[in-house]
Ligand binder design. Structure first.
Ligand code: GAL
Length: 721
């Protein structure tokens, strides 16, 4: 070696040692990629990623409209390292800071103090990371978010681990003498282990938790806006129902005057299922096109159940075989949807046999797991994508692929899926499962709002009329109002003693369509989840000990130290607080954020900034409206309006404050709204010269879709004028 070569070698060796020990490793480089969103590629991020599988298309214009944000963390306190083919991540936590998200959890809201292994699976009764949408995204109560984009089983220590060199060590306690000694000492960080040589990280600025969630949803393209029919009511019929049975069922809905906007066809329509053929069974469905047309004539869309595992009896089988994995699921082959060939074959088949005939959507079952029947982690796929990556992204890929087909024919869809992950905000699917705790279903609804997914607390059966009506009430205040009667054959009127209460709440959902649709438009255009955890509501920050029933609000509502999870109440849009009742309970507590709140049904004031105990009757779901709340409603109807219909609008106002509402409308079915074919029409309540409240609707934008009469009936629920 020459002297110069030696010097160069020694220098580069020294540099590389310094590089490994110092800045580039411990202080990662963060680049602001969208307003208030910073990205950092650690190590060698893999080709297969969650956001890649979801094919996100950031909503840049909407992101630019959010308030400016500064990088929300001390950069020097974030550490990222790649050691031995694994990525080690550490993000700081403050005292009192709460951590929300980290997957679709069913029992807890604040995840601080929990260890999770984020793994797509059917929920097994524990918030341990194995769930339908194990999204590696968390939102802090301090108003920022962190996403790890890696399609791996990520282990998260959400404030459970303590480093020797931590700046904020737990207090040293002596178990011999200290009664307060705890086995879980204070931890000041979220640490994560990604079993891969790298990962892409994103940090989302606030200033509030809601802003962090909005940025996350908007980076994913903005929330999905369902077609209007998706926000009505849906019944999923029993397995093996024929087209005749289904048409008879529709007739029964008409006789009971019960809303029905789409119908779900469960196993029995394929010529073979588990695995599936994706071809109509000619005995039960001799004329699918005619059957779908008959439904469409009544304003009812049809949704088909499937799992994506291809039966040897399917005409697709031999064509798709080269693009499938090493293992089968119920003897069906597993398409490798990272391969364009597999996607194309599915597309051609599904377009011809379903979409072209008028099918409105799918229920994508069994993409979550249950380890005993999906492919094992030793499975291999022809693209080289491994089984773990496939498991973490399969649900996302099927959602994304089917969504694309509907977009191509300019028809909005809205369906069901059992697995999702990061990046799903703009995908047209609602998550469901086979678990059936009513309470936990509501907690899942609360938690869905942190991670850009939608969830339905579907109703299947009940052991009493009380349980039936309580479940039906909460499902009508969720992203998808649905009975899934695949096994039980239940109908809305299964318990005649509560038939009236059940139809009242379904009718109320239909009446609230303008409110709900506008709320979903907020999801689409602003990234605000339609159903929201209380922790995302401005003004919802309380100290732990209430004084005489009153809660102490902190100066900064997000620096709260509330240790109790608010897991059984939520907001639907900006104004409506929903507090579902559960069978066996006659009363419940409701946490009211700052500002006055009013009973939805009577307009009476019920309190402000406090915990109240309510004893509601069986026939109503407790609903409360914020002061100044404006709720646009239409008359009861059983199907959603067609684009050319003009409906009378009744607008309710609650409380004494002035208020406003952006009433959204478009054709209700196509993607023309993405080309500007929509309207936002302000509804405002102001105080007149006489001190009385007055409501006005602005002139709707000319030439844009607007399906309401210009004359509005204003109802001042509290002031009565
Ligand atoms: C289950 C699914 C149910 C129903 C059933 C039909 O996997 O969760 O909702 O569709 O399959 O066999």
């Amino acid at each position: 070696m020459t002297i110069t070569k030696k010097i160069v070698f020694t220098l580069s060796l020294a540099l590389s040692i310094a590089f490994h020990a110092l800045p580039a490793q411990t202080v990662p480089r963060w680049q602001e990629v969208y307003p208030g969103i910073w990205k950092n590629s650690v190590g060698k991020p893999e080709k297969i990623s969650l956001l890649g599988a979801a094919a996100i298309q950031p909503a840049r214009e909407a992101l630019a409209k959010l308030p400016k944000a500064i990088f929300p963390l001390e950069k020097a306190e974030i550490s990222t390292k790649v050691i031995g083919g694994k990525t080690y991540l550490r993000f700081p936590l403050d005292e009192g800071e709460q951590v929300f998200g980290l997957g679709l959890n069913f029992q807890s809201v604040n995840q601080r103090g929990r260890i999770m292994n984020l793994h797509v699976d059917h929920y097994g009764g524990q918030d341990n990371g194995r769930t339908h949408a194990p999204v590696p995204f968390y939102v802090s109560s301090k108003g920022y978010g962190v996403l790890v984009d890696a399609a791996r089983y990520i282990t998260v220590y959400a404030g459970t681990a303590t480093r020797v060199d931590t700046k904020h060590p737990p207090i040293l306690q002596d178990r011999n003498t200290d009664k307060n000694w705890t086995a879980q000492p204070y931890s000041d960080a979220v640490e994560m282990l990604v079993p891969a040589e790298g990962a892409t990280l994103y940090v989302f600025g606030g200033p509030t938790p809601m802003h962090a969630v909005q940025r996350y949803n908007l980076m994913n393209g903005g929330g999905y806006l369902p077609p209007k029919w998706g926000l009505g009511f849906t019944q999923r019929v029993p397995t093996l129902y024929s087209q005749e049975d289904i048409l008879k069922e529709v007739q029964q809905f008409e006789e009971h005057q019960f809303p029905l906007t789409f119908i779900g066809v469960e196993p029995g329509w394929h010529s073979m299922s588990y695995p599936c053929t994706f071809e109509w069974d000619k005995t039960r469905f001799p004329n699918p096109k005619d059957f779908l047309q008959k439904l469409a004539d009544k304003g009812i869309s049809a949704n088909l159940w499937l799992n994506p595992y291809v039966s040897p009896k399917a005409s697709l089988y031999s064509k798709i075989k080269p693009f499938t994995g090493s293992h089968t699921v119920w003897n069906g082959i597993v398409p490798d949807f990272t391969m364009p060939q597999a996607r194309q074959l599915f597309k051609e088949h599904f377009m011809r046999h379903h979409l072209d005939m008028g099918v409105g959507g799918y229920k994508i079952d069994e993409v979550d797991g249950f380890d005993t029947w999906v492919w094992p982690d030793v499975a291999t796929f022809p693209s080289g994508t491994d089984a773990e990556q496939m498991r973490q992204t399969y649900g996302l890929m099927v959602q994304q692929m089917t969504a694309e087909w509907f977009k191509e024919i300019n028809k909005r869809t809205y369906g069901l899926v059992r697995a999702s992950n990061a990046g799903a905000s703009n995908l047209p699917y609602v998550i469901y499962n086979d678990y059936y705790s009513h309470r936990d279903f509501i907690t899942a609804l609360v938690n869905s709002s942190f991670i850009g997914v939608l969830w339905t607390p579907e109703v299947r059966a009940s052991s009493s009329p009380e349980e039936w009506v309580r479940r039906m009430q909460s499902v009508c205040f969720s992203p998808m109002a649905m009975i899934n009667a695949w096994a039980d054959g239940t109908k809305p009127w299964t318990f005649p003693e509560v038939e009236k209460a059940v139809s009242d709440v379904a009718n109320l959902r239909m009446q609230l369509l303008p409110y709900l649709y506008s709320t979903f438009a907020q999801y689409r255009f602003e990234g605000k989840p339609p159903f929201r955890a209380m922790n995302l509501v401005e003004g919802f920050g309380f100290k732990l000990e209430p004084e005489a029933g009153k809660l102490n609000t902190t100066d900064n509502p997000y620096a709260m130290s509330l240790r109790k999870d608010i897991n059984d109440q939520y907001m639907m849009g900006d104004y409506l607080l929903v507090a579902p009742m559960f069978a066996g309970e006659k009363s419940r507590e409701v946490y009211l954020p700052q500002g006055k709140w009013y009973d939805f049904y009577t307009g009476k004031e019920i309190g402000e900034n406090q915990v109240i105990t309510i004893t509601p009757s069986l026939d109503k779901i407790p609903l409360f409206v914020k002061d100044g709340g404006i709720i646009p409603m239409i008359p009861v109807r059983n199907q959603v309006p067609k684009a050319e219909t003009t409906l009378p609008l009744t607008v309710r106002h609650y409380g004494t404050a002035t208020g406003s509402f952006q009433l959204y409308d478009d054709d209700g079915t196509s993607f023309d709204h993405e080309k500007g074919q929509y309207s936002f029409t302000p509804l405002s309540v102001l105080k007149g010269a006489d001190g009385k409240l007055q409501g006005t609707m602005s002139v709707p934008a000319p030439g844009k879709p607007f399906g309401y009469a210009k004359e509005v009936t204003w109802v001042f629920m509290t002031m009565g004028n």
